[in-house]
Design a protein around this ligand. Structure first.
Ligand code: ADP
Ligand code: DAR
Length: 380
């Protein structure tokens, strides 16, 4: 069954939900999907950790408030065997109801963050502690720092109604339009946006892409583009995405390598939102997000960087980056290739360390890559 048909089946079931255990049509879809995954050559964390005994233990469970099933969590990974992770949380309770599969995957993504670990309280520190990564502007094209937040008492994409999307968009954009000074700007709903404008914003890496098949299969694109949009300041250095993968993505961008300035601008924007909105947090997991890869402090700090010598062999670059807890993506972000030798390199870890420690780890790692590039280029 293809992803869209599967998602529609689940949606149909969802709209009539009032059950205390997964109905038989969901169990049939789960058994068939699990069988196909088991027979596939998938390298996803879902396949790695969803043993038959865990599958049998979880397949009939539903979350208390939204009746989310195991299928709601794993249908993206069942339809996309090339998933890296393969699982999402349809609502905040899913992390507890389906902890037997979420916990080992969380521990795998976030380098040993186990059941006994607790994410630390927020500590942002000062952006000024992080000097420009590349003051001579030889390698770093641009720097971006983003984090995610979910609004308390709302579920995640698969359980949101069309009215929920509208209400979230209204609530969040209302607060954003009160921002002043450097953070003041405009909210642009995706609904009705001129296609040329939309394409330009995506090509300039300001706006999220459309048609992510992993999100579609996870039932995260229903009622699209209702409730989705982007807030941008005048200088296009501060953006907020509304209802893409998460309810909120707070984004700060800089040309060049001034990580501290980008980080400082993101903190101010995030704190301004926190003043008016209540976020969904868990005592152990930190800030809750749709995908387990973004839990904790939810920060991804990245550079668009050219490394002509050590970047020649992507596999070697990924190996070196991995030693510094860094992740390598293509020029257009996740699931893309590098164009014109520009890589997106960012921190990997977001759980078990504070915001300040995450930015510090990224700053140290990128500095080490630049030093390695300098050493290689001086050998030539
Ligand atoms: P995220 O989960 O952080 O949003 P994506 O990989 O989907 O990650 O990236 C979203 C967008 O941000 C993409 O268009 C990507 O090219 C852009 N981006 C990421 N890092 C940078 C950067 N340092 N400079 C400019 N654009 C960036
Ligand atoms: N594409 C999905 C999610 C991976 C993590 N990235 C997110 N959440 N944007 C996968 O399982 O590969």
């Amino acid at each position: 069954m293809n992803a869209i048909r599967l998602a529609r089946t689940v949606t149909k079931c969802y709209s009539m939900r009032s059950y205390s255990m997964a109905p038989c049509e969901i169990l049939e879809l789960l058994e068939a999907g699990y069988q196909r995954l088991a027979e596939s050559d998938s390298q996803s964390l879902l396949k790695k950790h969803l043993t038959k005994s865990i599958f049998d233990k979880l397949k009939t469970k539903v979350t208390p408030s939204y009746c989310s099933t195991l299928l709601d969590c794993i249908q993206s990974g069942l339809c996309n065997h090339d998933s890296a992770v393969g699982i999402y949380a349809p609502d905040p309770e899913a992390y507890k109801t389906f902890a037997d599969i979420f916990d080992p995957i969380i521990s795998d993504i976030h380098k040993g963050f186990g059941k006994a670990n607790k994410h630390p309280a927020s500590c942002y520190g000062y952006g000024a502690d992080f000097p420009n990564l590349d003051p001579e502007q030889k390698y770093v094209v641009s720097t971006r720092v983003r984090c995610a937040r979910s609004i308390q008492d709302f579920p995640f994409n698969p359980c949101l109604s069309e009215e929920d999307y509208r209400n979230l968009e209204c609530m969040i954009s209302k607060v954003l339009l009160t921002f002043c000074h450097e953070h003041s700007g405009k909210y642009l709903p995706l609904k009705g946006m001129d296609k040329e404008v939309q394409k330009k914003l995506i090509d300039n890496h300001y706006l999220f892409k459309e048609g992510d098949r992993f999100l579609q299969a996870a039932n995260a694109s229903r009622f699209w583009p209702t409730g989705r949009g982007i807030f941008m300041n005048r200088d296009r250095t501060f953006m907020v995405w509304v209802n893409e993968e998460d309810h909120i993505r707070v984004i700060s961008m800089e040309r060049g390598g001034d990580l501290g300035r980008a980080y400082e601008r993101m903190i101010i924007g995030l704190e301004s939102l926190a003043f008016s909105l209540k976020f969904s947090c868990d005592k152990r997991l930190g800030n809750l997000t749709f995908c387990p890869s973004n839990l904790g402090n939810t920060i991804r700090a990245s550079v668009h960087i050219r490394l002509p010598h050590i970047g020649k062999d992507k596999a070697k670059l990924e190996e070196l980056a991995g030693k510094h807890n860094l992740q390598v993506r293509g020029t257009s972000g996740e699931h893309s290739e590098a164009k014109d030798g520009v890589y997106d390199i960012s921190n990997k870890r977001r759980m078990g360390l504070t915001e300040y420690q995450t930015i510090g780890e990224m700053h140290k790692g990128i500095s080490a890559l630049i030093e390695a590039e300098c050493r290689e280029s001086s050998k030539k």
